[in-house]
Ligand binder design. Sequence first.
Ligand code: PAF
Length: 289
Amino acid sequence: MLVVNTVKALQETLTAHRLKGKKTALVPTMGNLHKGHLQLVKTAQKHADIVVVTLFVNPMQFGANEDLDRYPRTFRSDCDQLKTLDTDILFAPVIDEIYPRGGDNTTQVRVPHVTTVLCGASRPGHFDGVTTIVTKLFNITRADVAIFGEKDYQQLAVIRRMVDDLNIPISIIGEPIIRETDGLAMSSRNGYLSKEQRLLAPRFHGILTHIKQRIIDGNRDFSKLETTAKNQLCELGFKPDYLHIYQHDELRPATINDTKLVIVAAVFVGSTRLIDNLHVHCTETTVLI
Ligand code: PAF
């Protein structure tokens, strides 16, 4: 695996591959890799000849009171895991390489509307940081395809919208959530959980699964389902940030006529914020109650 730290070196390497007719896939990460990230790499390998994983903890997407300083930096273990998959290139720049004029003086990319709901409502400016770094990585690598995890449901929707709005010549692939055996969605932030919090955390997915079953059983009182679930989460010891039933690809609340839905939620367990989502496809035979 080639480890590259500068934009210039990465571009020279990728240009050489492109001239030989090779396709490039991009897997953007902030490091602290787990099985979910490795699955993104495996999928990338199916879609291209050269896979570039980027490792950059992007300060622009963290709010003032968020976990930028304590975000786990595990470079050695990340490299070791990527090598087991024969990853071609790891791009791991320092902050000045990406924002030489400083983050505040850098041109930003902002996708309107879809970034102001759900996580965007509780983390103002977060998605501007994401879309700015992702655009930069798209431009730096000129990748043919990029892979993102579906756990960050809204992030994926925002990136798809940006690519469409700005006619960026790249294909975006979403990779299904990888879960622990107890149902907890894999996340770099799970490492923050204490032993007790880790035991509680899978109940979050359990509540989403329960709503899914109620919808499949024909319940269309989405607002009541949301309120009941939020109360249950509070009783269990979570602090819900949001929990909504949305139409699955338009980032808007579901209506009674929608058949492709997604339950999207964010909760705090202590000071750790977890997100998760679950798709629900209703069939025409679903009985409404
Ligand atoms: O999903 C993440 O890890 C980050 O938001 C991303 C896409 C790497 C941008 O920093």
